[in-house]
Design a protein around this ligand. Structure first.
Ligand code: DP6
Length: 375
């Protein structure tokens, strides 16, 4: 017990759900507004499968991205009287967005015990993305993290003593309750979410920066996103995660994710790009293999996804460069490569891969440093 007290105070390494329930607020806030910009992230070891309350079935790690971002402004005004319901307006890229309401309503319900002031305010949420609308890029990570940060800024006004570490952890904790992967979008540049025995301070409740040594090969890593299919997602992530319940290979897969994190830990230290590629591509294909072997089963890759993957293999063989792919739960392809191989790789993408993208569209991004509060 004595150790735990010490641990909490110095390292905040054992935060539990209770630590995120505020006791009282010393300050009064009538109205105001705040804006946060939060990035998307791309998982190297994938989160696929969850338990109740958005607890991941296995740990994951991601690169935080830089230019794929959501900007959210939260305006708040204290009500005359506290209400039973949440009151909020929503707009996306300047237009009212009724279709987002159920997701936000559910989010507010989930975070209510941790932000008990929510029903005291009329909220207006204005949000926009830096990436093209319906590009097939998941905006839930950037969107939910931006909203969580805005709400935390209001809580910080109510409790000005709050320290930065607590602010960041709780933002990630709340973002997780909106969308699991969103908890990895608060900070840069590598974030781990989910308990792992060999990763310091890792937690199922929030993301933490990966603090081990990282070789220069991985600094400023590039991610070019090829937009193969910009349509609606064929399987929502909620349905997808559920497919891991009673999945015949689930246990094995969860164990593999732990092992792959151990491998990546060594790889980040050594800078071994060939080993990095093996882990990252295998993770992407395993994610899709899980979907193909669930009941019901789904094939989310498109013919162009496979054409791109084969071209990547060939390019690597011919050039000895370290371009690799990863996938989310869809047909788009994320191409990861080191900064110093950028010129040749981008040329290859433009000349040989662009043809497989819908309307020739792709997005060049890189690893970034996390969310930013705008003035
Ligand atoms: C394939 O975070 O979108 O991108 O928690 O249900 O909102 P919810 O799921 P979500 O799942 C993302 C899954 C993934 C892999 C990953 O990002 O780790």
């Amino acid at each position: 017990m004595k150790f735990q007290g010490f641990c909490r105070k110095i390292y905040l390494c054992a935060m539990t759900e209770k630590d995120f329930i505020p006791k009282s607020y010393p300050a009064q806030v009538e109205q105001g507004e705040v804006t946060w910009q939060s990035p998307s992230n791309i998982a190297l070891v994938k989160y696929w499968g969850k338990l109740e309350n958005q607890i991941p079935a296995n740990p994951s790690i991601s690169f935080t991205l830089d230019s794929c971002r959501t900007t959210t402004t939260l305006k708040f005004k204290k009500k005359q009287q506290r209400a039973d319901n949440f009151h909020f307006d929503l707009s996306f890229e300047g237009e009212k967005k009724e279709s987002f309401r159920p997701k936000i309503q559910k989010f507010l319900e989930r975070i209510d015990p941790y932000l008990p002031f929510l029903r005291d305010y009329d909220l207006s949420i204005e949000t926009s993305n830096s990436f093209p609308h319906s590009s097939g890029i998941a905006s839930s990570a950037s969107g939910m993290s931006a909203l969580a940060l805005c709400l935390m800024s209001l809580e910080k006004q109510l409790n000005p003593e709050m320290n930065e570490e607590y602010f960041t952890r709780k933002s990630s904790f709340l973002a997780r309750l909106g969308s699991g992967s969103a908890c990895r979008s608060i900070e840069g540049d590598l974030v781990v979410w989910g308990m792992h025995n060999n990763i310091y301070r890792s937690s199922d409740l929030y993301g933490v920066p990966f603090r081990d040594e990282v070789h220069d090969n991985f600094k400023n890593y590039r991610d070019t996103i090829l937009l193969v299919d910009k349509g609606e997602k064929q399987v929502s992530s909620t349905v997808g995660h559920d497919l891991m319940n009673d999945h015949p290979y689930a246990e094995q897969r969860f164990r593999q994710a732990h092992d792959n994190l151990d491998k990546l830990k060594k790889i980040f230290r050594s800078g071994d790009l060939d080993e990095f590629i093996k882990v990252v591509e295998s993770e992407a294909l395993t994610l899709h293999a899980m979907m193909m072997t669930s009941q019901p089963y789904f094939i989310l890759m498109k013919p162009n996804t496979l054409a791109i993957i084969n071209k990547v293999f060939k390019f690597r063989e011919e050039t000895g460069l370290h371009l690799c792919f990863t996938l989310d739960a869809g047909a788009n392809v994320h191409l990861l490569f080191p900064e110093k191989e950028e010129e040749k790789t981008l040329q290859f993408i433009e000349n040989e891969l662009k043809q497989y993208c819908q309307n020739g569209q792709y997005i060049t991004d890189r690893v970034g440093s996390g969310a930013k509060k705008l003035a």
